[in-house]
Write a protein that binds this ligand. Structure first.
Ligand code: CP
Length: 328
């Protein structure tokens, strides 16, 4: 996919949803060249030389069926910065796509895509964004579907890792926290193009690394190993990407086997005391929200990059929207 713009006001008059390009449903469809282009465009927006204006007047639908702080506000801010308009329904349970009215996701997509130029959707159901894309006349961006994927977050994570480390190639990247979540699944798909020396998983002992992630590494001949104490990541890795432990908001019942205990084992919590004692220079990232896996005592350390990751997210979301809007 290229960053070519098809012309302002190039609204579709009659468009088969099957011909729509520009969906971002899975990180698996983003290749190394795409990552480079997204990062270049994000940097252009950050430094004020990005193509502001070509998305002016476009309407971006933000459909959040599930709680969000960063992704929702981040896409709103990015939309405004591009000169576009963010529209949506404040509370999706008040839309017709609720349990009582029962309008399908497919019909919701057909309706919104006849009114808007792009759809950003978060939903508790795996595959929800793909279902909407199948009926949408405009690009659909998956802003998190169940435990499946969160590709825009993965691009932000890569952008932030590159910024902190200079490059990911040749670096050792740890993934702490719960490896089953959607942020990890999407990040793993992008890391295979970045050529880290190795991926080091550091999950609590009761949470296995999902088979599909192991299969991805094996298939792409990426070295990976598992450790049982976050201290080993603090001393042996260049960066640690933490993942939230709390999965209660992804549509799983509170008593589901999938839901993690809210309390992180001490062996897996990152604290200032551990960083100081180990003289760790590992950079700390987290898509957030955090529970207790990175103690706030770390926030003012040079290691802590998770709020810088949030700052950078605005520019990556601008790049993502710019590309999606250029496709229609
Ligand atoms: N990182 C992320 O997806 O955060 P939100 O759930 O707040 O959007």
């Amino acid at each position: 996919m290229a960053f070519m713009y098809s012309g302002a006001g190039a609204h579709r008059t009659r468009q088969d949803s099957r011909n729509v390009s520009g969906h971002m449903l899975s990180a698996a469809t983003i290749d190394g060249e795409d990552i480079d282009r997204y990062c270049e465009m994000a940097e252009a927006f950050e430094t004020g030389v990005g193509p502001i204006g070509r998305a002016a007047g476009r309407a971006v639908a933000l459909l959040f069926f599930q709680p969000s702080t960063r992704t929702r506000v981040g896409f709103q801010v990015a939309t405004v910065a591009l000169g576009s308009h963010a529209i949506g329904i404040e509370d999706m349970t008040a839309s017709r796509s609720n349990k009582r009215s029962g309008e399908t996701l497919e019909d919701c997509a057909a309706v919104f895509s006849n009114l808007c130029d792009a759809i950003v959707v978060r939903h508790f159901e795996n595959g929800a964004a793909a279902r909407m894309a199948a009926k949408s006349r405009v690009p659909v961006i998956n802003a998190g579907d169940g435990w499946n994927e969160h590709p825009s977050q993965a691009l932000i994570d890569i952008f932030a890792l590159r910024r902190g480390l200079g490059r990911i190639r040749g670096r050792s990247i740890a993934i702490g926290g719960d490896p089953r979540g959607r942020t990890v699944r999407s990040l793993v798909q992008l890391l295979r193009h970045e050529h880290p020396t190795e991926i080091v998983f550091c999950p609590p002992s009761h949470i296995p690394v999902p088979e599909d992630l192991i299969e991805t590494f094996t298939r792409h001949q990426i070295r990976f190993r598992q450790i049982s104490d976050v201290n080993d990541a603090l001393t042996g890795c260049d960066a640690i990407m933490m993942a939230p432990y709390d999965m209660s908001d992804i549509g799983e019942a509170p008593n589901s086997d999938y839901v993690s205990p809210r309390r992180t084992p001490d062996s897996h919590v990152i604290t200032q005391e551990k960083i100081d004692r180990l003289s760790s220079s590992a950079l700390l990232y987290h898509p957030l929200p955090r529970q207790d896996e990175i103690d706030p005592s770390c926030d003012d350390l040079d290691n802590a990059r998770y709020f810088e990751q949030v700052r950078l997210s605005k520019f990556m979301r601008m790049a993502i929207l710019d590309r999606a809007l250029s496709a229609v």
